[in-house]
Design a protein around this ligand. Sequence first.
Ligand code: MN
Length: 228
Amino acid sequence: MNYVFAPDVPVTLPVSGSSALYPVHRIYCVGRNYAAYAVEMGHDPDKEPPFFFQKNPDNLLVEGVDFPYPAQTSDVHHEIELAVALKSGGRDIAISQALDCVYGYAVSLDMTRRDLQGQMKKLGRPWEIGKAFEHSAPCSKLIPAEVSGHPVQGEIWLKINGDVRQSGDLNQMIWKIPEMIATLSTLFTLQAGDVILTGTPAGVGPVQRDDRLHGHIEGIGTLRVNIA
Ligand code: MN
């Protein structure tokens, strides 16, 4: 192939117990998928259903690399989230078929420039500058679903410097994993390599330089990230 310049190598995630890499296509994120978090952010979860936004594949930060405190912000927040990685996709996927599309799961962080997101919300403008910046999606190794099973409950928590900041249970998700995949597939054509960040429980807050973040999802794994 004759390119104008050399294309980037594909973004990949490592897989637990395997040397094979998972190539990433898109990153979808679900907003306000835990009722307690929606209330915390000033919304009524009974009136406003969850919604979607995207990050860029190259916003992923694999474990072992520090998260560099980003530019143009003084209020970067952590959001611990279960990541769902697809091995197949399509459009208008039935809820009953949705889990067949899942390759595996991971522990991820939806890092957010909350101050910039807040300004954009106020102005009715898109959120990208708050959400889709470099390194904004730290992610653990994937665990294949054939190993973990498909989680419907289990603790999800985040500690900073040893103190618990976020704590919840996967059973508190408003849209369950099959509903999320089915709903997303009515809006976009899903495909292998798509990763869905499934929303965060209550307790989000700012991180500071030199903080040590330690996230955990029962049955899925752990994620450790340092803020540099
Ligand atoms: Mn989030």
